[in-house]
Design a protein around this ligand. Structure first.
Ligand SMILES: C[S@@+](CC[C@H](N)C(=O)[O-])C[C@H]1O[C@@H](n2cnc3c(N)ncnc32)[C@H](O)[C@@H]1O
Length: 211
């Protein structure tokens, strides 16, 4: 099955939120410096055709898990066919806490934040902070031209409200359109050491809707 973000954009522009898949350069900026090389569980939101998925998988150590949540059934099916090593969930990032029952070290997002309502942005960001380990990392991108629009500024403010540390990379020009990466981290635990994983009682790590 050939997957295409451009085709999905023509079918549903608002849900897809991009005219083209992200470039390998943006995938590199999205995944560098997050500690993926020592992660145990990583969650990806809105993987689309899997540009960031490929970059995450290349960095993960043996035995680490990647759970990817994609709302578009065609893209979820295409990704499942390509990535037997990734747990693909067909569903919405808003229900993240139903799909992932263990604490994640890193959440990587390709979601189209600036076309979402404020309520949806906040609901998803709340779920992200709930599933991250205390010193967990969050990475997502924004198109440079949309950074100063009200939804872009609202999203940046919502990140600052929730994370102890926030920052952004320089613009990645070889991307259509050019984009930058938001990076955010929760506070480290009081002891300063890596906290042990949370695990919610009586549930399997990933819901039945995975492959
Ligand atoms: C801007 S595209 C990015 C795709 C890919 N990560 C990339 O960078 O090329 C956004 C993706 O998020 C998916 N998406 C949109 N809303 C979603 C939601 N609520 N939950 C999960 N996926 C969602 C879309 O179907 C699409 O695949």
């Amino acid at each position: 099955m050939i997957m295409s973000i451009t085709r999905e954009f023509l079918r549903n522009p608002v849900l897809t939120g991009a005219v083209a898949a992200s470039s390998p350069k943006l995938a590199e900026a999205m995944t560098a410096g997050l500690g993926l090389e020592s992660a145990g569980l990583v969650v990806e939101l809105g993987p689309g055709t899997g540009v960031f998925t490929d970059a995450v998988v290349r960095r993960l150590p043996p035995g680490a898990r990647l759970v990817a949540i994609e709302i578009n059934p065609r893209l979820a099916a295409g990704l499942r066919a390509r990535h037997q090593d990734v747990e693909i969930v067909e569903g919405s990032a808003e229900d993240l806490d139903e799909y992932v029952r263990e604490a994640a070290d890193v959440v990587v997002s390709g979601l189209p934040w600036t076309v979402m309502s404020a309520e949806r942005q906040e609901r998803i960001l709340d779920r992200v902070t709930e599933i991250l380990v205390p010193n967990g990392r969050f990475t997502t991108f924004a198109y440079a031209h949309a950074a100063w629009t009200p939804p872009g500024r609202r999203f940046a403010a919502a990140l600052r409200e929730r994370f102890a540390v926030t920052g952004r990379t320089p613009i990645v020009w070889p991307n259509l359109p050019p984009a930058f990466v938001h990076r955010a981290a929760l506070p480290v635990s009081a002891s300063g050491s890596r906290p042990s994983r949370r695990r919610r009682a009586g549930t399997s790590p990933v819901s039945a809707r995975t492959r």
